[in-house]
Design a protein around this ligand. Structure first.
Ligand SMILES: Cc1ncc(COP(=O)(O)O)c(C=O)c1O
Length: 401
C-alpha cells in the first residue's frame, strides 16, 4: 500500500457523521446547512442543453474538451477578469469539477525528490488541498486565517525557509469557509514571491461569482497577473466551477486556466488518468459559461438570505455578512463541536464545527469556536433554521452534552 494514504487525516464527512450519529428525538424536520451544495434550481437552458446532447453517450471524449467549450471559457474569463486575451487552446482545460483538479494539480507539479517539498495551504481549508499535497509527497505548511487578520491567510507568518521550500501555494478567494476575498495587492505580492522563490500558485476561485456588491466582483489571480504585465500568467493557475455559479454541483464541470506550460503538463497527467468530460456535459457547460442572467439572479437570492439571517440572529448571535460566498462563519458561545451536536439533537439543524475545517498550527486551531452555515436551502428553510438557532441559544445551551 502507498504509505502516504495512511497519513491522510480522517475524511471530514466521516468525522462529522460520528458527531451526529444519534437519533434526534424532537419532532422537527431536518435542515441541512452543513454541506455547501447549492439548492437553487439549475437553469433551464443548462438542463435543456444536457438533454439535447445525450447522443454523445455513444462517444469517448478527449481530455482537452471541445473547441466550443474552451472558447466559451476563454471569453468568459476575458470578460469577467478584464483580460485582453486568453488562448483557448493553450491556457484553458476543462475539468470534472474543481475538487479533482485541486487534488490532481499537486500530483502533477510537486517534485517529492527535492528536499522539503512544501505546499502552503490556508487554514481553515478545503480538504482537497491537504490530501492532494500529502499524496504528492509534499509537506503542508498552514497559513492561519484568524480574526486578527480579517480571516485572511497570514502570509507574514511564513518563514523565509518555508517560502524557499515552497513548490505549490493554494489560495482560496473568495474563501470557504470565511467568505473573505484576497485583495489584489496581496495577490500581486504572492505573484512576486512566486517569481522570487519559484513556486506555483493554485488559486481556487470557485466562489468568485457569489458576492455581495454587484459593483465590486472579487479580483482573480489572472486579473492580478495581467495587471502586472504577466500576459503569460507565469506560475499562476486558477480553478473555476459551475457548481456554485450555476447551481449544478451534480454536473461536475469546471476548468483550470493560466500558465500554458502548467496547463500542458496537467493535460498530460490527466490523459493517463483518463479524466475526460462527457460531451453532453461539455455542451451544457458551454451554454452555462455563455449565460450571465441566471448568475445575477442567483447572487440576489443569496443576498436576501444573508440579510434575513442577520435580522433574525442578531443580537443573540453576532452575524458578520461576508463579502462573498454563501457561508456564514459564526462565533459560538460554547465550544463549536458541543454547539454543533446540541443544535443537532435539540433543533435538528446541521452545521459544521469550524475546528473540523482547520488544523492545529502554531498552537491554534483557527476554526475552533466557529461554526459554518451554508445558506444553500431555499429562503423559508433558512428563516426556519435561524429561528431554531436563536431559540436554541436563548433556551437550550448547556456547556457539555
Ligand atoms: C473551496 C472549494 N473549492 C472547490 C470545491 C469543489 O467544487 P466542485 O468540485 O463542485 O467544482 C468546493 C466545493 O464545495 C469548495 O468549497
Amino acid at each position: 500500500m502507498n504509505p502516504r494514504l495512511a497519513s491522510l487525516p480522517t475524511y471530514l464527512w466521516g468525522k462529522y457523521l460520528q458527531l451526529v450519529f444519534s437519533k434526534v428525538h424532537v419532532d422537527l424536520s431536518p435542515i441541512s446547512l452543513h454541506i455547501g451544495e447549492p439548492k437553487h434550481a439549475p437553469p433551464k437552458v443548462i438542463r435543456q442543453a444536457l438533454v439535447d446532447s445525450l447522443s454523445g453517450l455513444r462517444h469517448y471524449t478527449n481530455v482537452k474538451g471541445s473547441q466550443e467549450l474552451r472558447e466559451a471559457i476563454a471569453s468568459w474569463l476575458q470578460q469577467r477578469f478584464k483580460l485582453a486575451h486568453v488562448n483557448p487552446d493553450r491556457q484553458v482545460l476543462p475539468v470534472n469539477g474543481t475538487r479533482e483538479a485541486l487534488f490532481g494539480i499537486a500530483q502533477c507539479v510537486v517534485d517529492s525528490r527535492q528536499p522539503n517539498p512544501k505546499v502552503l495551504i490556508p487554514n481553515p481549508f478545503y480538504e482537497a488541498y491537504l490530501c492532494g499535497a500529502i499524496l504528492a509527497g509534499g509537506s503542508p505548511v498552514y497559513t492561519n486565517c484568524l480574526e486578527a487578520t480579517d480571516f485572511l491567510p497570514d502570509f507574514s507568518s511564513v518563514s523565509k525557509q518555508d517560502w524557499q521550500d515552497c513548490q505549490l501555494l493554494y489560495i482560496c478567494s473568495p474563501s470557504n469557509p470565511c467568505g473573505t476575498i484576497i485583495p489584489r495587492e496581496s495577490m500581486e505580492m504572492l505573484i512576486r514571491y512566486a517569481e522570487r522563490y519559484d513556486f506555483i500558485i493554485a488559486s481556487d476561485e470557485c466562489y468568485s461569482e457569489i458576492y455581495g456588491n454587484e459593483d465590486t466582483p472579487p479580483t482573480g489571480l489572472l486579473e492580478a497577473a495581467w495587471a502586472m504585465g504577466l500576459e503569460d500568467f507565469k506560475r499562476c493557475i486558477v480553478f473555476h466551477s459551475l457548481s456554485k455559479r450555476s447551481n449544478v454541483p451534480g454536473l461536475r464541470s469546471g476548468f483550470v486556466a493560466g500558465d500554458a506550460e502548467i496547463i500542458q503538463k496537467f493535460e498530460k497527467y490527466r490523459s493517463y488518468q483518463g479524466y475526460t468530460m462527457p460531451s453532453y456535459i461539455q455542451a451544457a457547460s458551454t451554454i452555462a459559461w455563455k449565460d450571465e442572467k441566471h448568475v445575477v439572479k442567483n447572487r440576489q437570492l443569496y443576498r436576501e438570505k444573508f440579510a434575513v439571517m442577520k435580522d433574525i440572529l442578531s443580537p443573540t448571535l453576532p452575524v458578520h455578512i461576508p463579502p462573498a460566498s454563501f457561508y456564514l462563519w459564526l462565533k459560538t458561545p460554547i465550544p463549536d463541536v458541543d454547539f454543533t451536536r446540541q443544535l443537532y439533537l435539540q433543533k435538528h439543524v446541521m452545521v459544521i464545527p469550524g475546528s473540523y475545517l482547520a488544523y492545529r498550527s502554531e498552537g491554534i486551531n483557527p476554526g475552533e469556536g466557529f461554526i459554518r452555515l451554508a445558506l444553500v436551502p431555499e429562503l423559508q428553510q433558512c428563516v426556519e433554521a435561524a429561528y431554531r438557532i436563536k431559540n436554541f441559544i436563548e433556551t437550550g445551551l448547556t456547556q457539555r452534552h
